[in-house]
Design a protein around this ligand. Structure first.
Ligand code: NZQ
Ligand code: ZN
Length: 383
Protein backbone atom coordinates (compact mmCIF):
# COMPACT_ATOMS: atom_id res chain seq x y z
CA UNK A 1 0.00 0.00 0.00
CA UNK A 2 1.20 3.54 -0.74
CA UNK A 3 1.70 6.15 2.00
CA UNK A 4 -1.21 8.47 2.67
CA UNK A 5 -2.81 11.09 4.90
CA UNK A 6 -6.55 10.84 5.29
CA UNK A 7 -8.90 13.54 6.54
CA UNK A 8 -12.54 14.01 5.62
CA UNK A 9 -14.17 16.61 7.82
CA UNK A 10 -17.60 16.87 6.16
CA UNK A 11 -20.32 16.20 8.70
CA UNK A 12 -23.05 14.05 7.16
CA UNK A 13 -26.74 14.36 8.08
CA UNK A 14 -28.32 11.31 6.50
CA UNK A 15 -32.01 10.44 6.32
CA UNK A 16 -35.50 11.75 5.87
CA UNK A 17 -36.18 15.16 7.39
CA UNK A 18 -32.52 15.98 7.96
CA UNK A 19 -32.75 19.27 6.05
CA UNK A 20 -33.99 20.71 9.34
CA UNK A 21 -30.47 20.20 10.73
CA UNK A 22 -29.34 23.23 8.72
CA UNK A 23 -30.93 25.48 11.34
CA UNK A 24 -28.42 24.59 14.04
CA UNK A 25 -25.37 24.06 11.90
CA UNK A 26 -24.96 27.39 10.15
CA UNK A 27 -23.72 30.14 12.50
CA UNK A 28 -26.59 32.39 13.62
CA UNK A 29 -24.76 35.55 12.65
CA UNK A 30 -23.83 34.33 9.14
CA UNK A 31 -24.94 36.19 6.04
CA UNK A 32 -26.03 33.21 3.99
CA UNK A 33 -26.30 32.79 0.23
CA UNK A 34 -28.42 29.84 -0.90
CA UNK A 35 -27.41 28.65 -4.38
CA UNK A 36 -29.45 26.35 -6.59
CA UNK A 37 -30.06 25.23 -10.15
CA UNK A 38 -32.91 25.42 -12.61
CA UNK A 39 -35.75 25.09 -10.14
CA UNK A 40 -36.22 21.38 -9.40
CA UNK A 41 -35.97 22.23 -5.70
CA UNK A 42 -39.06 24.45 -5.97
CA UNK A 43 -41.12 21.59 -7.39
CA UNK A 44 -40.21 18.89 -4.90
CA UNK A 45 -40.48 20.71 -1.59
CA UNK A 46 -36.74 20.95 -0.94
CA UNK A 47 -36.75 24.74 -1.27
CA UNK A 48 -39.59 25.02 1.25
CA UNK A 49 -37.74 22.80 3.72
CA UNK A 50 -34.59 24.92 3.34
CA UNK A 51 -36.61 28.13 3.86
CA UNK A 52 -38.15 26.68 7.01
CA UNK A 53 -34.74 25.67 8.36
CA UNK A 54 -33.30 29.13 7.63
CA UNK A 55 -36.23 31.00 9.19
CA UNK A 56 -33.98 32.55 11.84
CA UNK A 57 -31.04 33.31 9.56
CA UNK A 58 -30.33 36.26 7.32
CA UNK A 59 -30.15 34.93 3.76
CA UNK A 60 -30.46 35.68 0.06
CA UNK A 61 -30.35 33.40 -2.97
CA UNK A 62 -28.69 32.85 -6.33
CA UNK A 63 -30.58 30.66 -8.82
CA UNK A 64 -29.78 29.31 -12.25
CA UNK A 65 -26.58 27.27 -11.85
CA UNK A 66 -26.83 25.03 -14.90
CA UNK A 67 -25.75 21.39 -15.35
CA UNK A 68 -21.99 21.43 -16.08
CA UNK A 69 -21.82 24.84 -14.38
CA UNK A 70 -20.51 27.68 -16.50
CA UNK A 71 -17.89 30.17 -15.37
CA UNK A 72 -19.89 33.20 -16.61
CA UNK A 73 -22.93 32.24 -14.53
CA UNK A 74 -20.83 31.57 -11.45
CA UNK A 75 -19.00 34.90 -11.70
CA UNK A 76 -22.37 36.65 -11.34
CA UNK A 77 -22.77 34.87 -8.01
CA UNK A 78 -19.24 35.91 -7.03
CA UNK A 79 -20.27 39.56 -7.56
CA UNK A 80 -23.32 38.98 -5.37
CA UNK A 81 -21.19 37.41 -2.62
CA UNK A 82 -18.90 40.44 -2.61
CA UNK A 83 -21.67 43.06 -2.90
CA UNK A 84 -23.75 41.55 -0.10
CA UNK A 85 -20.89 40.64 2.24
CA UNK A 86 -21.89 36.95 2.21
CA UNK A 87 -20.09 34.89 4.86
CA UNK A 88 -21.56 31.41 4.24
CA UNK A 89 -22.90 29.62 1.16
CA UNK A 90 -25.41 26.76 1.16
CA UNK A 91 -25.60 24.82 -2.11
CA UNK A 92 -28.92 23.03 -2.71
CA UNK A 93 -28.92 20.67 -5.69
CA UNK A 94 -26.91 18.11 -7.61
CA UNK A 95 -23.21 17.92 -8.34
CA UNK A 96 -23.34 20.91 -10.66
CA UNK A 97 -24.76 23.21 -7.99
CA UNK A 98 -22.31 21.90 -5.39
CA UNK A 99 -19.34 22.20 -7.77
CA UNK A 100 -20.44 25.64 -8.97
CA UNK A 101 -20.74 26.77 -5.37
CA UNK A 102 -17.26 25.51 -4.57
CA UNK A 103 -15.95 27.69 -7.37
CA UNK A 104 -18.00 30.71 -6.18
CA UNK A 105 -16.63 30.19 -2.66
CA UNK A 106 -13.02 30.03 -3.87
CA UNK A 107 -13.32 32.78 -6.49
CA UNK A 108 -14.80 35.25 -4.00
CA UNK A 109 -11.57 35.07 -1.96
CA UNK A 110 -9.15 34.64 -4.88
CA UNK A 111 -6.47 37.31 -5.12
CA UNK A 112 -4.37 35.89 -7.94
CA UNK A 113 -6.16 37.73 -10.79
CA UNK A 114 -8.86 36.12 -12.93
CA UNK A 115 -10.45 33.29 -10.89
CA UNK A 116 -10.52 31.16 -14.07
CA UNK A 117 -6.82 30.69 -13.34
CA UNK A 118 -7.83 28.47 -10.40
CA UNK A 119 -8.68 25.92 -13.09
CA UNK A 120 -6.65 26.90 -16.15
CA UNK A 121 -3.40 27.80 -14.40
CA UNK A 122 -3.78 25.73 -11.21
CA UNK A 123 -3.90 28.98 -9.23
CA UNK A 124 -3.62 28.24 -5.52
CA UNK A 125 -6.80 28.59 -3.49
CA UNK A 126 -5.67 29.98 -0.12
CA UNK A 127 -9.12 30.40 1.39
CA UNK A 128 -12.80 30.25 0.49
CA UNK A 129 -16.17 31.30 1.84
CA UNK A 130 -17.32 28.48 4.16
CA UNK A 131 -19.92 26.30 2.46
CA UNK A 132 -22.23 23.34 3.01
CA UNK A 133 -24.78 21.56 0.88
CA UNK A 134 -28.11 19.81 0.62
CA UNK A 135 -27.59 17.12 -2.01
CA UNK A 136 -30.52 16.26 -4.29
CA UNK A 137 -28.80 13.92 -6.77
CA UNK A 138 -26.50 11.09 -5.66
CA UNK A 139 -23.67 10.76 -8.19
CA UNK A 140 -20.59 12.91 -7.95
CA UNK A 141 -19.44 12.65 -4.34
CA UNK A 142 -18.94 16.41 -4.49
CA UNK A 143 -20.94 16.75 -1.26
CA UNK A 144 -17.96 15.66 0.83
CA UNK A 145 -14.91 15.96 -1.38
CA UNK A 146 -12.51 18.73 -2.36
CA UNK A 147 -13.06 18.66 -6.13
CA UNK A 148 -15.14 20.69 -8.56
CA UNK A 149 -15.54 20.64 -12.32
CA UNK A 150 -16.30 23.93 -14.09
CA UNK A 151 -16.97 24.72 -17.74
CA UNK A 152 -16.17 27.76 -19.84
CA UNK A 153 -17.44 27.41 -23.38
CA UNK A 154 -16.29 24.00 -24.57
CA UNK A 155 -13.52 23.77 -21.98
CA UNK A 156 -14.29 21.70 -18.88
CA UNK A 157 -11.64 21.64 -16.15
CA UNK A 158 -11.40 20.58 -12.53
CA UNK A 159 -9.73 21.95 -9.43
CA UNK A 160 -9.04 20.54 -5.98
CA UNK A 161 -8.80 22.45 -2.73
CA UNK A 162 -9.40 21.45 0.89
CA UNK A 163 -10.86 24.95 1.41
CA UNK A 164 -13.95 24.02 -0.61
CA UNK A 165 -14.79 20.79 1.14
CA UNK A 166 -18.38 21.22 2.40
CA UNK A 167 -18.55 21.67 6.18
CA UNK A 168 -21.69 19.57 6.27
CA UNK A 169 -23.82 17.73 3.73
CA UNK A 170 -27.48 16.82 4.11
CA UNK A 171 -28.30 13.52 2.39
CA UNK A 172 -32.04 12.87 2.44
CA UNK A 173 -32.79 9.99 0.05
CA UNK A 174 -36.44 11.06 -0.09
CA UNK A 175 -35.55 14.17 -2.10
CA UNK A 176 -34.10 11.93 -4.82
CA UNK A 177 -37.51 10.39 -5.56
CA UNK A 178 -38.30 13.20 -8.01
CA UNK A 179 -35.25 12.51 -10.17
CA UNK A 180 -35.93 11.45 -13.74
CA UNK A 181 -35.02 7.91 -14.74
CA UNK A 182 -32.17 9.39 -16.78
CA UNK A 183 -30.67 11.23 -13.79
CA UNK A 184 -31.05 8.18 -11.51
CA UNK A 185 -29.18 6.07 -14.06
CA UNK A 186 -26.55 8.75 -14.58
CA UNK A 187 -25.91 8.91 -10.85
CA UNK A 188 -25.46 5.16 -10.44
CA UNK A 189 -23.11 4.98 -13.41
CA UNK A 190 -21.05 8.01 -12.34
CA UNK A 191 -20.55 6.50 -8.87
CA UNK A 192 -19.65 3.12 -10.41
CA UNK A 193 -17.00 4.70 -12.61
CA UNK A 194 -15.59 6.71 -9.68
CA UNK A 195 -14.90 3.43 -7.93
CA UNK A 196 -13.38 1.94 -11.07
CA UNK A 197 -11.03 4.91 -11.55
CA UNK A 198 -9.57 4.22 -8.11
CA UNK A 199 -9.73 0.43 -8.21
CA UNK A 200 -8.96 -0.78 -11.71
CA UNK A 201 -5.24 0.05 -11.84
CA UNK A 202 -2.54 -2.31 -10.55
CA UNK A 203 -2.37 -4.16 -7.23
CA UNK A 204 -0.55 -2.60 -4.28
CA UNK A 205 -1.94 -5.01 -1.70
CA UNK A 206 -4.41 -2.42 -0.38
CA UNK A 207 -6.96 -4.89 0.91
CA UNK A 208 -9.25 -2.47 2.72
CA UNK A 209 -9.54 -0.17 -0.29
CA UNK A 210 -10.04 -3.10 -2.67
CA UNK A 211 -12.74 -4.79 -0.61
CA UNK A 212 -14.54 -1.51 0.03
CA UNK A 213 -14.44 -0.79 -3.70
CA UNK A 214 -15.74 -4.22 -4.63
CA UNK A 215 -18.54 -3.81 -2.06
CA UNK A 216 -19.56 -0.47 -3.56
CA UNK A 217 -19.51 -1.89 -7.09
CA UNK A 218 -21.66 -4.84 -6.01
CA UNK A 219 -24.15 -2.49 -4.30
CA UNK A 220 -24.45 -0.31 -7.37
CA UNK A 221 -24.89 -3.33 -9.67
CA UNK A 222 -27.58 -4.66 -7.32
CA UNK A 223 -29.44 -1.46 -6.44
CA UNK A 224 -29.09 0.50 -9.69
CA UNK A 225 -31.55 -1.58 -11.73
CA UNK A 226 -33.91 -1.71 -8.73
CA UNK A 227 -34.03 2.09 -8.64
CA UNK A 228 -35.29 2.01 -12.23
CA UNK A 229 -37.70 -0.91 -11.73
CA UNK A 230 -39.18 0.25 -8.42
CA UNK A 231 -38.60 4.02 -8.44
CA UNK A 232 -40.55 4.61 -5.24
CA UNK A 233 -38.35 2.36 -3.09
CA UNK A 234 -36.71 4.62 -0.52
CA UNK A 235 -34.41 1.90 0.85
CA UNK A 236 -32.92 1.44 -2.60
CA UNK A 237 -32.41 5.20 -2.93
CA UNK A 238 -30.76 5.34 0.48
CA UNK A 239 -28.26 2.64 -0.46
CA UNK A 240 -27.47 4.32 -3.76
CA UNK A 241 -27.04 7.68 -2.09
CA UNK A 242 -24.57 6.45 0.51
CA UNK A 243 -22.71 4.36 -2.09
CA UNK A 244 -22.24 7.44 -4.29
CA UNK A 245 -20.88 9.48 -1.39
CA UNK A 246 -18.50 6.71 -0.32
CA UNK A 247 -17.35 6.23 -3.91
CA UNK A 248 -15.66 9.62 -4.01
CA UNK A 249 -15.17 10.94 -0.49
CA UNK A 250 -11.49 10.03 -0.51
CA UNK A 251 -11.68 6.81 1.48
CA UNK A 252 -11.21 4.18 -1.24
CA UNK A 253 -8.67 6.33 -3.07
CA UNK A 254 -6.07 6.59 -0.32
CA UNK A 255 -2.92 4.54 -0.62
CA UNK A 256 -3.70 3.27 -4.12
CA UNK A 257 -2.76 4.35 -7.66
CA UNK A 258 -5.60 6.12 -9.50
CA UNK A 259 -6.48 6.31 -13.18
CA UNK A 260 -9.07 9.05 -14.13
CA UNK A 261 -8.48 8.62 -17.89
CA UNK A 262 -12.17 7.90 -18.44
CA UNK A 263 -13.10 11.15 -16.69
CA UNK A 264 -10.59 13.32 -18.53
CA UNK A 265 -11.73 12.04 -21.94
CA UNK A 266 -15.33 12.22 -20.73
CA UNK A 267 -15.02 15.89 -19.77
CA UNK A 268 -13.91 16.68 -23.32
CA UNK A 269 -16.94 14.85 -24.71
CA UNK A 270 -19.25 16.87 -22.47
CA UNK A 271 -17.45 20.11 -23.28
CA UNK A 272 -17.65 19.65 -27.05
CA UNK A 273 -20.87 17.71 -27.51
CA UNK A 274 -22.94 18.34 -24.37
CA UNK A 275 -23.24 14.66 -23.48
CA UNK A 276 -24.27 14.05 -19.85
CA UNK A 277 -21.22 13.39 -17.67
CA UNK A 278 -22.15 9.79 -16.76
CA UNK A 279 -22.96 8.95 -20.38
CA UNK A 280 -19.48 9.93 -21.47
CA UNK A 281 -18.09 7.59 -18.82
CA UNK A 282 -20.19 4.59 -19.86
CA UNK A 283 -18.86 5.04 -23.39
CA UNK A 284 -15.20 5.54 -22.49
CA UNK A 285 -14.63 3.12 -19.58
CA UNK A 286 -15.16 -0.14 -21.52
CA UNK A 287 -12.74 1.10 -24.18
CA UNK A 288 -10.14 1.97 -21.52
CA UNK A 289 -10.53 -1.54 -20.09
CA UNK A 290 -9.90 -3.02 -23.53
CA UNK A 291 -6.98 -0.82 -24.59
CA UNK A 292 -5.22 -0.94 -21.19
CA UNK A 293 -5.93 -4.59 -20.62
CA UNK A 294 -2.27 -5.63 -20.20
CA UNK A 295 -1.44 -2.80 -17.77
CA UNK A 296 -4.62 -3.55 -15.80
CA UNK A 297 -4.48 -7.33 -16.21
CA UNK A 298 -4.11 -8.33 -12.55
CA UNK A 299 -6.88 -6.01 -11.40
CA UNK A 300 -9.14 -6.99 -14.29
CA UNK A 301 -8.86 -10.62 -13.14
CA UNK A 302 -9.57 -9.63 -9.55
CA UNK A 303 -12.57 -7.58 -10.74
CA UNK A 304 -13.82 -10.52 -12.82
CA UNK A 305 -13.59 -12.89 -9.87
CA UNK A 306 -14.83 -10.76 -7.01
CA UNK A 307 -17.39 -8.53 -8.69
CA UNK A 308 -18.72 -10.80 -11.45
CA UNK A 309 -18.02 -14.15 -9.80
CA UNK A 310 -16.00 -15.42 -12.76
CA UNK A 311 -13.53 -18.07 -11.62
CA UNK A 312 -13.29 -20.66 -14.34
CA UNK A 313 -11.52 -20.90 -17.64
CA UNK A 314 -8.99 -19.02 -19.61
CA UNK A 315 -7.81 -15.69 -18.11
CA UNK A 316 -8.39 -13.74 -21.29
CA UNK A 317 -11.88 -15.13 -21.65
CA UNK A 318 -12.63 -14.08 -18.06
CA UNK A 319 -11.42 -10.54 -18.76
CA UNK A 320 -13.50 -10.36 -21.93
CA UNK A 321 -16.55 -11.54 -20.03
CA UNK A 322 -16.00 -9.06 -17.19
CA UNK A 323 -15.83 -6.21 -19.72
CA UNK A 324 -18.93 -7.51 -21.49
CA UNK A 325 -20.78 -7.72 -18.17
CA UNK A 326 -19.76 -4.14 -17.36
CA UNK A 327 -21.19 -3.01 -20.69
CA UNK A 328 -24.35 -5.04 -20.13
CA UNK A 329 -24.82 -3.38 -16.74
CA UNK A 330 -24.48 0.07 -18.32
CA UNK A 331 -26.93 -0.89 -21.08
CA UNK A 332 -29.34 -2.21 -18.47
CA UNK A 333 -29.16 1.23 -16.82
CA UNK A 334 -30.09 2.75 -20.16
CA UNK A 335 -26.82 4.59 -20.80
CA UNK A 336 -24.81 4.35 -24.04
CA UNK A 337 -21.64 2.27 -24.38
CA UNK A 338 -20.54 3.43 -27.84
CA UNK A 339 -19.93 6.82 -29.44
CA UNK A 340 -22.23 5.78 -32.28
CA UNK A 341 -25.10 5.62 -29.78
CA UNK A 342 -24.71 9.37 -29.25
CA UNK A 343 -24.20 10.00 -32.98
CA UNK A 344 -20.47 10.65 -32.81
CA UNK A 345 -17.88 9.28 -35.22
CA UNK A 346 -14.19 9.30 -36.09
CA UNK A 347 -14.24 13.06 -36.73
CA UNK A 348 -15.40 13.65 -33.16
CA UNK A 349 -12.65 11.38 -31.88
CA UNK A 350 -10.09 13.66 -33.55
CA UNK A 351 -11.67 16.76 -32.01
CA UNK A 352 -11.40 15.15 -28.58
CA UNK A 353 -7.75 14.13 -29.04
CA UNK A 354 -6.84 17.68 -30.13
CA UNK A 355 -8.67 19.10 -27.15
CA UNK A 356 -6.91 16.72 -24.74
CA UNK A 357 -3.58 17.94 -26.12
CA UNK A 358 -4.67 21.59 -25.81
CA UNK A 359 -5.55 20.98 -22.15
CA UNK A 360 -2.26 19.24 -21.39
CA UNK A 361 -3.89 15.82 -20.94
CA UNK A 362 -1.06 14.01 -22.69
CA UNK A 363 0.10 11.54 -20.01
CA UNK A 364 -3.06 10.12 -18.49
CA UNK A 365 -3.62 6.98 -16.45
CA UNK A 366 -2.09 5.38 -13.38
CA UNK A 367 1.11 4.69 -15.32
CA UNK A 368 1.04 8.07 -17.12
CA UNK A 369 1.29 6.06 -20.34
CA UNK A 370 -1.88 7.22 -22.04
CA UNK A 371 -0.47 9.54 -24.66
CA UNK A 372 -2.70 11.30 -27.23
CA UNK A 373 -2.11 8.31 -29.51
CA UNK A 374 -3.45 5.92 -26.85
CA UNK A 375 -6.41 8.25 -26.23
CA UNK A 376 -7.10 8.09 -29.97
CA UNK A 377 -7.06 4.29 -29.76
CA UNK A 378 -9.47 4.39 -26.81
CA UNK A 379 -11.86 6.64 -28.72
CA UNK A 380 -11.62 4.46 -31.82
CA UNK A 381 -12.34 1.40 -29.70
CA UNK A 382 -15.41 3.24 -28.38
CA UNK A 383 -16.78 4.01 -31.85
O1 NZQ B 1 -30.98 22.37 -12.01
P1 NZQ B 1 -32.10 21.65 -11.40
O2 NZQ B 1 -33.43 22.24 -11.72
O3 NZQ B 1 -31.91 21.45 -9.93
O4 NZQ B 1 -32.19 20.19 -12.10
C1 NZQ B 1 -31.15 19.25 -12.03
C2 NZQ B 1 -30.40 19.11 -13.35
O5 NZQ B 1 -31.20 19.48 -14.44
C3 NZQ B 1 -31.76 17.88 -11.87
N1 NZQ B 1 -32.00 17.50 -10.45
C4 NZQ B 1 -31.12 17.49 -9.44
N2 NZQ B 1 -31.72 17.01 -8.33
C5 NZQ B 1 -33.01 16.72 -8.65
C6 NZQ B 1 -33.19 17.04 -10.02
N3 NZQ B 1 -34.38 16.86 -10.65
C7 NZQ B 1 -35.40 16.36 -9.92
N4 NZQ B 1 -35.29 16.01 -8.62
C8 NZQ B 1 -34.11 16.17 -7.95
N5 NZQ B 1 -34.00 15.77 -6.67
O6 NZQ B 1 -30.79 17.00 -12.40
C9 NZQ B 1 -30.11 17.64 -13.47
C10 NZQ B 1 -28.64 17.30 -13.44
O7 NZQ B 1 -28.04 17.84 -12.29
P2 NZQ B 1 -26.44 17.91 -12.13
O8 NZQ B 1 -26.18 18.58 -10.83
O9 NZQ B 1 -25.85 18.50 -13.35
O10 NZQ B 1 -26.04 16.36 -12.09
P3 NZQ B 1 -24.86 15.63 -11.33
O11 NZQ B 1 -25.09 15.55 -9.89
O12 NZQ B 1 -24.70 14.38 -12.08
O13 NZQ B 1 -23.57 16.57 -11.54
C11 NZQ B 1 -22.83 16.54 -12.71
C12 NZQ B 1 -21.66 17.52 -12.62
O14 NZQ B 1 -20.73 17.12 -11.60
C13 NZQ B 1 -19.42 17.02 -12.16
C14 NZQ B 1 -19.70 16.66 -13.57
O15 NZQ B 1 -18.59 16.88 -14.40
C15 NZQ B 1 -20.86 17.55 -13.91
O16 NZQ B 1 -20.41 18.86 -14.20
N6 NZQ B 1 -18.61 16.08 -11.36
C16 NZQ B 1 -18.13 16.47 -10.18
C17 NZQ B 1 -17.28 15.70 -9.40
C18 NZQ B 1 -16.75 16.17 -8.12
N7 NZQ B 1 -16.97 17.39 -7.72
O17 NZQ B 1 -16.07 15.43 -7.42
C19 NZQ B 1 -16.85 14.38 -9.85
C20 NZQ B 1 -17.63 13.84 -10.98
O18 NZQ B 1 -16.82 12.93 -11.69
C21 NZQ B 1 -18.14 14.85 -11.95
O19 NZQ B 1 -17.13 15.17 -12.90
ZN1 ZN C 1 -17.76 11.39 -12.46
Amino acid sequence: MLHFNFHNSTKIFFGEGQIAAIANNIPQDAKVLVTYGGGSIKQNGVYDQVCAALANHSWTEFAGIEPNPQYDTLMKAVEQVKAQGITYILAVGGGSVVDGTKFIAAAAHYEGGDPWDILAARGKVKSAVPMSCVLTLPATGSESNIGAVISRGTTKLDFLSPHVRPLFAVLDPKVTLTLSERQVANGVVDAFVHVMEQYLTYPVNAKVQDRFSEGLLLNLIEEGPKALATPGDLEVRANIMWSATMALNGLIGVGVPQDWTTHMIGHELTGHYGIDHARTLSIVLPAVMKVQREQKRAKLLQYAARVWDLHEGDEDAMIDLAIAKTEAFFSQMGVPVRLSEVDLDQAAAEVIVDSLVAHGMTTLGEQRDITPEVSRQILQTAL
